[in-house]
Ligand binder design. Structure first.
Ligand code: TPP
Length: 319
């Protein structure tokens, strides 16, 4: 598939913005500005970027505990995200959700999810809603390899198939669920192999290559929009940091980590675009500088924002 030059640049810009956001979160977390826990998406940027590039503003995504990249790719505002992470009143959820619970319905972000696998039936529900309302909206549901071993995965995908719903299930297989490798938890070589059990297409894609993800997701989104039902895409990827900030990740073999670091999806895409003469070094530098400034601004906004008032604690909270 030939991808337009401008689209390639846009993909690169999105990946750089995700990377710079996450690096800044790591720094702010270490400095004690972010309460709770954060799970960074560094290393996996190509997956959210390549898949969400096919969505319209009124399409939906369902995210995970590792969700910052999904939200940026869907058009989320880093200032409101950072404020939410800082537990400030100006954040996406008024500072009450934090990293793992950001939702923003006006841009189709149904939510991040701290409960592993819980987003899968929600995405199926969003697909059912679109179908019943007679729209052609598509939902992309992201989840990890660990989530693929949870009951909700099987129930959610089975129903999406039975009801022929416009949902694209994207498994971000980074080979580890905290300290459990897929070799100990997966009954088949690929998560995508399970698609056969639900009678839908299953596609394995290189999750470190944004163009490959873009291509696979393009077909799946188009199929969903045509009303032909769901697809299961498995993107093979790797998280470059610990499971959460503060996790030294000693359970992963050093050689494995080093091998995957060589496959950095952002840097390698930059090199590729320069070779393809889509991007110059200077343009790449400008994109990078703009992303750094954008994240500086997001941190400034978060730092200067107020915390919610104590008397607001029970407002907008449901149980
Ligand atoms: C139902 C449930 N079980 C266990 C946990 C604890 N937990 C949080 S993240 C995680 C691993 C998830 O692995 P995966 O789905 O592969 O996503 P990744 O963190 O690798 O992106 C676990 C077990 C949880 N949050 N929810």
């Amino acid at each position: 598939m030939a991808i337009e030059k401008e689209k390639l640049k846009e993909l690169y810009r999105t990946m750089v913005r995700i990377r710079r956001f996450e690096e800044r979160v790591a720094r702010e977390f270490a400095e004690g500005n972010i309460p709770g826990s954060v799970h960074l998406y560094i290393g996996e940027e190509a997956v959210a970027t390549g898949a969400i590039a096919h969505l319209r503003k009124d399409d939906y995504i369902m995210s995970t505990h590792r969700g910052h990249g999904h939200l940026i790719a869907k058009g989320g505002d880093p200032r409101l995200m950072m404020a939410e992470l800082f537990a400030k009143k100006t954040g996406y959820c008024l500072g009450k959700g934090g990293s793992m619970h950001i939702a923003s319905l006006d841009i189709g972000m149904l939510g991040a999810a701290g409960i592993v696998g819980s987003g899968i039936p929600i995405a199926t529900g969003a697909g059912l809603s679109a179908k019943l309302r007679g729209t052609d909206q598509v939902t992309i549901c992201f989840f990890g390899d660990g989530a693929a071993n949870i009951g909700r995965f099987h129930e959610g995908i089975n129903l999406a198939s039975v009801w022929c719903l416009p949902v694209v299930f994207v498994c971000e297989n980074n080979l580890w669920a905290v300290s459990v490798p897929t070799s100990c938890s997966l009954s088949v070589p690929n998560v995508a192999d399970r698609a056969a059990g639900y009678g839908i297409p299953g596609v394995v894609v290189d999750g470190m290559d944004v163009m490959a993800v873009y291509e696979a997701a393009g077909e799946a989104v188009a199929r969903a929009r045509r009303g032909e039902g769901p697809t299961l895409i498995e993107a093979k990827t790797y998280r470059f940091r610990g499971h959460f900030e503060g996790d030294a990740g000693t359970y992963r073999p050093k050689e494995e980590v080093e091998e995957w670091l060589k496959r950095d999806p952002v840097n390698n895409f930059k090199e590729k675009l320069i070779k393809m003469k889509v991007l110059t070094e200077k343009e790449a530098e400008e994109i990078d500088q703009a992303a750094r400034e954008e994240m500086d601004e997001a941190v400034k906004f978060a730092l200067e924002s107020p915390f919610p008032e104590p008397e607001e604690a029970l407002k907008n909270v449901y149980s």
